[in-house]
Write a protein that binds this ligand. Structure first.
Ligand SMILES: Cc1cc2nc3c(=O)[nH]c(=O)nc-3n(C[C@H](O)[C@H](O)[C@H](O)COP(=O)(O)OP(=O)(O)OC[C@H]3O[C@@H](n4cnc5c(N)ncnc54)[C@H](O)[C@@H]3O)c2cc1C
Length: 111
């Protein structure tokens, strides 16, 4: 059975941890659960965006190759499943289950 890894949070540290896990285990089932809409957001770049140094907000989400790091990117490039706009509410360590709510439809799920 493949190792199952759930990463909570998908801004800077989360995708980094998930990507490292993928490099260490090519067969693991890796999922990122992210409360916000964006993945891999370069928040350090906000002042430059707000300051008018560039207009395209997607640049805050781009890889060095200019590809926006969205759910499709994470799946195609790294086989990492992502669930955006989903907020983790609890972790059942004994059952190894993470409970989360889909913020768009209010449904409770687990992973
Ligand atoms: C304006 C600005 C400038 C910065 N400049 C620099 C810099 O020059 N150099 C530097 O090293 N750092 C800088 N930083 C800090 C750097 O951006 C942060 O250290 C980094 O974003 C932290 O990443 P993180 O993933 O640990 O946390 P966060 O960026 O806080 O991400 C946590 C993520 O987890 C999600 N989340 C939280 N709770 C839940 C939940 N229950 N379920 C699901 N998802 C959840 C949140 O939605 C969020 O997306 C700057 C930050 C800002 C705002």
């Amino acid at each position: 059975m493949n190792t199952r890894i759930v990463v909570i949070g998908g801004s800077a540290a989360g995708p980094k941890a998930a990507s490292k896990a993928r490099r260490m285990d090519e067969n693991a089932e890796i999922t990122i659960i992210q409360k916000a809409s964006d993945l891999s957001m370069a928040s350090c770049g906000y002042p430059y965006y707000i300051g008018g140094f560039f207009d395209d907000r997607d640049q805050l989400l781009c890889s060095p190759a200019g590809v926006v790091r969205d759910s499709k990117f994470f799946w195609n490039a790294k086989k990492i499943e992502t669930k955006v706009r989903c907020e983790v509410q609890s972790i059942d360590r004994k059952k190894k289950i993470v409970n989360y709510i889909n913020l768009d439809n209010g449904k409770i799920n687990n992973s």
